[in-house]
Structures are given as C-alpha cells and as structure tokens.
Write a protein that binds this ligand. Sequence first.
Ligand code: 2BA
Length: 110
Amino acid sequence: MKLIIAIVNNDDSAVVASALTKEKFIVTKLSTTGGFLMVGNTTFLIGADEKDVSVVKEIINKYSKTRTHATTSTGSFGLGILQDQLAGDVQVNVGGATVFVLSVDSMDKY
Ligand code: 2BA
C-alpha cells in the first residue's frame, strides 16, 4: 500500500477530487497553505494499492494546471522570501501539482 500526498491549486481541487472518487479512489482533502506565497492550496491524502499509483498520478496530472502567480503584496509573503524580492513584483510558476508517494507499513480501520 502507498500513501499519495498531492498538493494542488485550490482552483483545480474540485475537479481532481471528483475525478479520483469517480474512479473509486478514497480521498481525504485538507485545506493547506503554501509556505512561500502563503496562499491557500489543497492537499489530498490518497491511500492506494501500489498498482494504482500511476493511475492516481495520471488523474492528478490531467486536471492540475500550471499557473503564474503574481503579487505586489508584501504582507502575504512567508518569512523565507528574499528581502530584495519584497521591494517589487514577484512572479512564480505554481503547479500543476506536487506529488509525494510514501510506502505505508500498515493501514487499519477500526
Ligand atoms: P508555495 O510554498 O506557496 O510555493 C508556490 C510556488 O513558489 C512554488 O510552486 C514555486 O514555484 C515557488 N517557490 C516555492 N518556494 C520557493 C523558494 N524557496 N524560492 C523560490 N521560489 C519558490 P510549486 O513548486 O508548484 O509549489 C506549489 C505548492 O506546493 C507550494 O506552495 C507548497 O505548498 C507545495 N510544495 C511544493 N514543493 C514542496 C516540497 N518540496 N515540500 C512541501 N511542499 C511543497
């Protein structure tokens, strides 16, 4: 068994969740915040058989779009941003999705 952790843009989260559940994957959706932009995103936890990991990744990849995020607001930045970037506009490419796959020792439901 594998645990897939997928961080996706909030704007893609509904379609990603619905595509995964339509294929009978069990999904937990967390509201999360990126540490760099300090903007909300969505993290999915998906427990799946090893043979299904590629299918899950394909679905996430299909429905997650890359976006350019531009902001002039200094107030919303995380502390990690460089001081010289605070002086002006910052543009970063976000996504499509960041996906981690972890091995699971066991999974129980009580
Ligand atoms: P954020 O941390 O808000 O990052 C948003 C975007 O800003 C990133 O897009 C990347 O293009 C840029 N970025 C992040 N940290 C940076 C830094 N230290 N210096 C310069 N640019 C930086 P993505 O890579 O597509 O990441 C989107 C979101 O996925 C991230 O939001 C974060 O919530 C998560 N994420 C990405 N990689 C991760 C990792 N290795 N570990 C944990 N979470 C990760």
